[in-house]
Ligand binder design. Structure first.
Ligand SMILES: Nc1ncnc2c1ncn2[C@@H]1O[C@H](COP(=O)(O)OP(=O)(O)OP(=O)(O)O)[C@@H](O)[C@H]1O
Ligand SMILES: [Mg+2]
Ligand SMILES: [Zn+2]
Length: 515
C-alpha cells in the first residue's frame, strides 16, 4: 500500500472526462514511462480501450511473456467484488483497484506448431449450449427438445453470428530464406480485417513463441507490412460507401464512430524498451524487430496508425523513436530513472510546490501541493502527468480499463483453464500451409538450424550472471546433445572452429533485415 499511496486530488481533476487527452480523430504516438509497477500497462490499456470504443481497430502486439495483453478477454467482475468488500470495510474506499465489468473478443496470433487443447478452448468460449440455453432455444424455435449429453449442440453450428471470445490465428514459423513471408503477411492482414469486422482485438504474446528467432522475425514481418495493410485495407470510407454525407448542412456529424474511424488502427507495444533498448549487449535477434520498429514509427502518422507504448527509462528507447512522440505520459518515477531529459520537469514541479507552500504555510501548503501538483516520485498508480511536446503538462486521473487488468497473482492458464503444447515443427509447416517442396526443405532445415543457433547462442552469450562458455566446451556439449537426441542435426562438425564459423555465418543471415 505504501508504494501505491493513494492521493486524493482536487475536485477540478475529478470532473475531467476519461482520457480526454487522447486524440480520437488523429493518429498519435503516446509513450509512457515510469518505474516498475507504476501503472504503465494500465494506462496503455485504458488508452487503447478508449480508441477501441470509438471504433478504432486495436493490435496489441508486444508484451512480456506473461499473457498480460490477452486479458482483454477476461472479466472477473472486480467492480462488483470491490463494492462488496468496501461495504464490509469502508476504510478501503479510494484504494486503487481493478474495476472490470466486461471483456472483449480477441484474435491471438500463435505459431502453428502451438497446439491448444480444443476441448478446453471450447469450454472457455462456451461454445456448447447449456441445457437451459437449449431448452430455451427449442421453445423459441418450436423444436422438440432431445438432449444428447455426450454430444451437446454447439453455438457455432446453430448461430452464424456467434463469435468465440478467443480465436486462434496460426501463423507458419518464418523461414530464414523468407520463403513464407508473404504467406504470414496475408494471414495476418486477413486476421486484422476480420478483427475490424467482428470488433476483435488482435494480440500476439511471446509466451507462445519458445523460439526467439520465430518471435522476432514474426514481429518484424508484421510491423513491416503494417504500411501495406493500411494502404490496401484501411482506406477512409467514402460518403458513397456509407450512403450518407459525413456532415449535414449545419455541420453535425452524420456517421457513426465506427464509420468515422473505420480506417484507424492503434498498435500497443508494452515494455517496448525490451525491443528497442539502445544499450543492448551486442547484437541479438531483437535487432530484427528493433530495426523494423524504427522504420515503422517514422511512418506511423502517414498511415493513420497510433502507437501506444511504455518503457521504464528513456535510455531504453532510441532517441529516434522518442522524438516521434506526440505526448509523453509520466508515471511514478524517481529522478534518476528518468535522467537528465526530465530534470526540467522535476525542477518545475518543485518550484511550483514551493510557491504553494510559501503561500499557505507548511502543513496546509504541503497538503494542497500534494493534491494539485504531486511529486513525480510520489504519484499514485492511478495518476499521471501528461506532457505535450511544447513542454506543457497536466495531472490526470487514470481510470482502469473495463476489462480485467492482469494482476501479479493472475496466471493466464489458471484463469482461463487453457493448455497448449509445442508440436514438432518442420513437417507441420509443410502440411498445413501446403508450401512447395523446396519450401518444405527450407522449413525442415530451418527447424534444426534455428534451434541449433539458439542453443549455441545461449552458451556463448548467456544472460548475466551466467558466464559464456569456451568454443571447445560448447563443441563437446553440443556433440553430446546430438548423440543423445536432445537436439537434431543431419551431420556434425569436425572441429570447434568449424562450428564457430557455422555459427557466425548463421548469425549474419539471421540478423539481416528481411527484404
Ligand atoms: N489507474 C489505475 N487505477 C487503479 N489502480 C491502478 C491503476 N494503474 C495501476 N493500478 C494498479 O497498479 C498495478 C500495476 O499496474 P501496471 O501493471 O499497469 O504497472 P506497470 O507500470 O505496467 O508495471 P511493470 O513495470 O511491472 O510492467 C495494477 O495491477 C493495479 O492494481
Ligand atoms: Mg507493464
Ligand atoms: Zn478485474
Amino acid at each position: 500500500m505504501s508504494q501505491q499511496a493513494y492521493r486524493p486530488i482536487g475536485r477540478k481533476i475529478f470532473r475531467e472526462k476519461t482520457g480526454a487527452w487522447i486524440n480520437l480523430n488523429r493518429p498519435q504516438v503516446i509513450l509512457t514511462q515510469g518505474m516498475r509497477g507504476a501503472g504503465k500497462s494500465v494506462l496503455d490499456e485504458m488508452a487503447a480501450e478508449q480508441l477501441y470504443i470509438n471504433g478504432w481497430t486495436i493490435l496489441d502486439l508486444l508484451a512480456a511473456r506473461n499473457a498480460e495483453n490477452l486479458f482483454w478477454a477476461i472479466n472477473k467482475n472486480c467492480k462488483e467484488k470491490w463494492k462488496k468488500r468496501i461495504e464490509k470495510d469502508p476504510s478501503l474506499k479510494g484504494y486503487p483497484h481493478c474495476n472490470c465489468t466486461t471483456s472483449y473478443n480477441i484474435s491471438v496470433l500463435i505459431p502453428e506448431y502451438m497446439e491448444f487443447d480444443r476441448k478446453k478452448l471450447d469450454a472457455f468460449n462456451q461454445v456448447e449450449l447449456t441445457k437451459a440455453q437449449y431448452v430455451r432455444l427449442c421453445y423459441e424455435k418450436g423444436w422438440v427438445p432431445e438432449w444428447d449429453k455426450k454430444n451437446p449442440p454447439r453455438w457455432d453450428k446453430i448461430d452464424k453470428n456467434w463469435k468465440p471470445k478467443i480465436k486462434l490465428i496460426p501463423l507458419p514459423p518464418p523461414t530464414t530464406t523468407g520463403s513464407n513471408k508473404e504467406l504470414i503477411e496475408n494471414i495476418f492482414m486477413r486476421a486484422v480485417v476480420e478483427a475490424r469486422r467482428e470488433r476483435r482485438i488482435v494480440c500476439l504474446n511471446p509466451m507462445f513463441y519458445p523460439n526467439e528467432y520465430h518471435k522476432y522475425r514474426t514481429i518484424e514481418i508484421i510491423i513491416r507490412c503494417l504500411g501495406r495493410m493500411m494502404y490496401t485495407h484501411f482506406r477512409p470510407l467514402t460518403e458513397k460507401e456509407v450512403g450518407k454525407p459525413k456532415y449535414d448542412e449545419k455541420g453535425k456529424p452524420q456517421w457513426t464512430k465506427f464509420q468515422r474511424n473505420w480506417h484507424r488502427v492503434a498498435v500497443v507495444m508494452r515494455e517496448f524498451g525490451e525491443v528497442t533498448a539502445a544499450v543492448l549487449k551486442g547484437e541479438n535477434q531483437s535487432t530484427l524487430a528493433k530495426k523494423a520498429l524504427l522504420d515503422y514509427i517514422r511512418q506511423t502518422r502517414h498511415y493513420n496508425i497510433s502507437l501506444i507504448g511504455d518503457y521504464q527509462r528513456p535510455d531504453d528507447v532510441f532517441s529516434g523513436i522518442r522524438d516521434q512522440a506526440d505526448i509523453f505520459i509520466l508515471k511514478r518515477s524517481p529522478r534518476k530513472l528518468l535522467g537528465d531529459a526530465w530534470k526540467w520537469m522535476f525542477d518545475d514541479i518543485e518550484k511550483r510546490r514551493e510557491k504553494i507552500i510559501a503561500r499557505y504555510g507548511w502543513q496546509k501548503g504541503v497538503q494542497i501541493a500534494d493534491n494539485k501538483i504531486p511529486k513525480i516520485q510520489e504519484l499514485g498508480n492511478n495518476y499521471a502527468y501528461v506532457v505535450y511536446i511544447n513542454d506543457t503538462y497536466k495531472l490526470w486521473k487514470i481510470p482502469m480499463p473495463m476489462f480485467h487488468h492482469k494482476d501479479r497473482e493472475d496466471h493466464f492458464e489458471v484463469v482461463t483453464n487453457l493448455t497448449w503444447v509445442e508440436k514438432p515443427h518442420g513437417k507441420m509447416t509443410a502440411k498445413i500451409t501446403k508450401i512447395s517442396e523446396k519450401n518444405q526443405e527450407d522449413a525442415l532445415k530451418d527447424t534444426w538450424e534455428v534451434k541449433m543457433y539458439d542453443t549455441i547462442r545461449g552458451m556463448i552469450r548467456p544472460l548475466a550472471p551466467k558466464k559464456p562458455k569456451r568454443w571447445g566446451e560448447i563443441f563437446e556439449e553440443i556433440a553430446m546433445m546430438v548423440s543423445n537426441g536432445v537436439i537434431d542435426m543431419p551431420n556434425s562438425w569436425s572441429t570447434p572452429d568449424a562450428m564457430r564459423k557455422w555459427f557466425s555465418r548463421k548469425e549474419k543471415k539471421l540478423l539481416a533485415p528481411m527484404k
